[in-house]
Design a protein around this ligand. Structure first.
Ligand code: 2IT
Length: 444
């Protein structure tokens, strides 16, 4: 069977196994679609069934999370940890607390994380976890009781040399603190078993900013390949969570002008650009209406996305599949030069095709949003060495890692005849490192 036929057969069989797992299959198809030249040059990956092994998580833990609200009523949520691949190191990846969390969404995120972590060059395997619990509208003590209950089961399965969770959507330093506290209580062990901790008890400086800063560094690198830069470029960022806010901050610091951003309620068009000092605080507070009232040069557009606003650089940093083919067409029509993903798989496959056909610079989240997990890796290093690095030291490592991911994407894409294709380069570079480690470690 030729490679193309093998891959298409492989994808059909995968989809038949778990037909409901749509986003997971989307992520697998995206990776597989770029691997043909690698498999042709390295038939051992086919012979050793590396793809078949790689799409099967090493372990999925699913558990009950009972907790009591402030009135004494009992609630039951679902908890998960997907330990996807440990060929390169202990499982590493965030914990997502959001009503949309399912085994399917976490499988997709853990699969992506495996490639992303491989790209960072750090010794990290891939995992992801979470619960269908939503922290919004809950009191701090309810969140604490939930986090403790979550860890009462999860502590059996994680640890400094086994699996190191971090934050993700709905899970920030507060939740990491509660989870770490309970983990320490149950294990009697103060180790860096979580990242995203507060810097006064083991966290790394710059961890909250790292993903967003990394996105802006990556966009800057992409533009540099066309002898261009962020100076004077109009930018759009979706999502006003941690990633979005720090993407806006760094894009602005590097000379860009962020003219549009959005959250669940709608979007803002601000023709003069977000002022990093005066205005960003309002974005951070999460009230776009308040922003428009306060800064009258801006307009609030209820329930409207931002992608119709003309821009040079677009950074989707919200949720998966938020940017579809229609949005992509608008961006291309309005002259967008660069799409740099800040979240995991925010563009649909059709949108990605449109970007690639139009020849604009497009990078997948697994490359351009890897700054967060990279600084988590640096947090682990600091914990092992029992030292704290300064912001400047961490920032230097972060820049170095983002540069190296950027170079890997370009080098691998070119080596396999797909010059300038960041998606192919990221997938091939991420895949090869994991695949080779799996071959070295035998059939386990
Ligand atoms: O999607 C991601 O890369 C994260 N949620 C960060 C994971 C981590 O371990 O810092």
């Amino acid at each position: 069977m030729d490679t193309q036929a093998y891959l298409s057969d492989f994808l059909t069989k995968q989809a038949q196994k778990d037909p409901a797992q749509k986003v997971f299959h989307q992520a697998v198809s995206e990776v597989i679609s770029t691997l043909t030249p690698v498999l042709e040059q390295n038939p051992i990956y086919i012979k050793e069934k590396i793809l078949e092994r790689m799409v099967e998580p090493e372990r999925i833990i699913s558990f009950r999370v009972p907790w009591q609200d402030d009135k004494g009523e009992i609630h039951v949520n679902r908890g998960f940890r997907v330990q996807f691949n440990s060929a390169l190191g202990p499982y590493k990846g965030g914990i997502r607390f959001h009503q949309t969390v399912t085994a399917d969404s976490l499988k997709f995120l853990a699969f992506e994380q495996t490639f992303k972590n491989s790209l960072t060059t750090l010794p990290l395997g891939g995992g992801k976890g979470g619960s269908d619990f939503d922290t919004r509208g809950k009191s701090a003590s309810e969140v604490m009781r939930f986090c403790h209950s979550f860890i009462n089961e999860l502590y059996h399965h994680i640890g400094y040399h086994t699996d190191i969770p971090a934050g993700d959507l709905g899970c920030g330093a507060r939740e990491i603190g509660y989870m770490f506290g309970q983990y320490k209580k149950l294990t009697n062990d103060f180790t860096g078993a979580f990242t995203g901790k507060k810097p006064n008890w083991g966290g790394s400086l710059l961890r909250p900013e790292a993903t967003g800063y990394g996105v802006a560094y990556f966009a800057q690198n992409m533009l540099a390949t066309r002898s261009d830069s962020l100076k004077g470029k109009t930018c759009i960022v979706s999502g006003t969570g941690n990633v979005g806010i720090y993407t806006i901050e760094k894009l602005t610091e590097l000379g860009g002008k962020v003219v549009g951003f959005m959250d669940y309620d709608g979007s803002i068009y601000d023709q003069s650009g977000v002022d990093a000092e005066k205005e960003l605080v309002f974005v951070r507070r999460g009230s776009l209406k308040e922003y428009a009232q306060k800064f009258t040069h801006s307009v609030f557009r209820p329930h409207q996305k931002t992608w119709d606003i003309a821009c040079d650089v677009a950074c989707p940093t919200a949720c998966e599949n938020e940017l579809n083919a229609d949005d992509a067409k608008l961006l291309v029509k309005n002259g967008c030069k660069c799409v740099c993903e800040g979240s995991n798989m925010p563009c649909t496959p059709e949108a990605v095709d449109i970007f690639q056909q139009a020849g604009l610079l497009y990078s997948p989240g697994k490359a351009s949003n890897a700054g967060g997990v990279a600084v988590s890796g640096l947090e682990m290093t600091q914990n092992s060495m029992r030292v704290y690095w300064t912001r400047e030291e961490v920032d230097q490592y972060l820049r170095r890692i983002m540069n190296s991911i950027h170079t890997s994407c370009l080098t691998y894409a070119e080596e396999y005849g797909l010059k300038g294709n960041y998606m192919a380069g990221a997938n091939i570079a991420g895949f090869k490192k994991v695949a080779d480690a799996m071959l070295d470690q035998g059939l386990v």
